[in-house]
Design a protein around this ligand. Structure first.
Ligand code: PLP
Length: 402
């Protein structure tokens, strides 16, 4: 696929003005990633970066990193780092489309899926078009909606921790974006495809369904690409940051009808990093990566669940590389106490203040986690509730939803 640049000379005056408006919105909206959100909560109890030997199970990263084929191609491309090599982006998109049965104009590549997540929210919400999301849910879109002046409607997950499709469809007749994270971050739970189909069929006419499949490869959740192929008002996001272990390498895609993708393109289309697209292509071509890594993650997660159950701790059963763990005390105290044991765990959501999110790390990470968690839960953590944010962090994006 030839990689199309935005053709400025071919832009109509209206399109050019929209581009200008989009550019100024973009300037005001930093792209929030899981790592930045984890960093923000960590900042509440320490300003020190975790030491190099720390257990880092706070940001849903994959400790396995890129697969061996991806590492090899990254190394081999270093000497060509002086070239844009747009052909490699074309090969990546072609490979993804061939595997998923998509036409090439239905896929836009980005350096991770955070950018298209923010841009979709910026493009389809407004002061009069709210953003509908699950609670607890991944917060990046909420931040983009707030920056866009859009109202946020939070719909609690159901008793089985699925998205409440009926409530989300009915949440606001003027909804601009309905965000479904399947499987969900932070709970790692899935939403039945029938419920997603219901949402598409029953959503307000002008709304876009934004389906974030960042964690889909870890789970049995049914992907929603069929809705894109049948030209529904749906944008699906995929990232190489999770099962493929490329969070630092940065590659992702937005998948949708070309007219929908056109609206998010205005917010920015940069040249892709050549190592990222080449590594993503190799990762897609290796048919063993997903099943192997899924098994590793499932085995370690199940071992952790067995240990938690045997020790009478309760948690929400998850299908991904993260889960919510009940601490029966302010979760932030537990985060701070665990950091003192050199184990950095993830975040707390306002709707579940006594739960902490744990990322599934390596087997050794989880053994260290277990030892530290037992000690922390056997001692008092009172007084470790993080103090008021330091003045220079107050009022930053991070304070809105954490
Ligand atoms: N969506 C969800 C639900 C996530 O948890 C993340 C990252 O953790 C992303 C999207 C975006 O990740 P990236 O920008 O690294 O592709």
């Amino acid at each position: 696929m030839p990689v199309e640049a935005v053709n400025l000379s071919g832009l109509s005056r209206r399109a050019f003005l929209r581009l200008g408006a989009a550019a100024s919105a973009l300037a005001a909206v930093p792209i929030l990633t899981e790592a930045r959100l984890a960093h923000a909560q960590r900042h509440k109890f320490t300003h020190d970066a975790p030491p190099p030997d720390a257990v880092r199970i706070d940001a849903n990263e994959n400790p396995l990193g890129p697969c061996s084929g991806a590492c090899a191609i990254i190394s081999s491309l270093v000497p060509q780092g002086g070239r844009y090599r747009d052909d490699l982006t074309g090969q990546f998109v072609d490979t993804f489309c061939a595997l998923e049965g998509l036409k090439s104009d239905y896929v836009l590549p980005y350096a991770g899926s955070s950018e298209p997540l923010h841009y979709t929210v910026l493009a389809f919400t407004s002061k009069d078009k709210p953003y509908v999301t699950a609670d607890p849910g991944y917060e990046a879109g909420m931040y983009a909606a707030t920056a866009n002046g859009a109202r946020i409607v939070k719909v609690p997950l159901t008793a089985t921790y699925a998205h409440d499709a009926k409530a989300m469809a009915a949440a606001d007749p003027n909804a601009g974006v309905i965000y479904v994270c399947n499987p969900n971050n932070p709970t790692g739970t899935t939403t039945p495809k029938a419920d997603i189909d219901y949402l598409v069929a029953n959503k307000p006419k002008g709304a876009i369904l934004l389906i974030d499949e960042a964690y889909i490869h870890f789970s049995d959740a049914t992907p929603s690409l069929d809705l894109v192929k049948s030209d529904k008002d749906v944008i699906v996001l995929r990232t190489f940051s999770k099962v493929y272990g490329m969070a630092g390498v940065r590659c992702g895609v937005a998948i949708g009808r070309p007219d929908l993708l056109q609206k998010i393109r205005y917010f920015g289309m940069n040249a892709m990093p050549i190592m990222a697209v080449a590594a993503a292509t190799v990762s897609l071509q290796d048919k063993d990566i997903v099943p192997q890594r899924r098994k590793i993650n499932t085995d370690i997660r199940n071992e952790t669940f067995e240990w938690l159950t045997a020790n009478n701790f309760s948690f929400i059963p998850s299908e991904t590389n993260c889960f919510m763990l009940q601490t029966n005390r302010p979760g932030r105290e537990v985060m701070a106490a665990m950091a003192k044991h050199n184990v950095y765990i993830g975040r707390v959501w306002p709707i579940m203040p006594t739960y902490v999110r744990i990322t599934v790390g390596t087997r050794s990470d989880m053994q260290k986690f277990q030892a530290a968690f037992k000690q922390v839960m056997n001692s008092s953590t009172a007084g470790l509730e993080p103090p008021e944010l330091p003045a220079h962090l107050r009022g930053t994006p991070f304070t809105h939803f954490s």
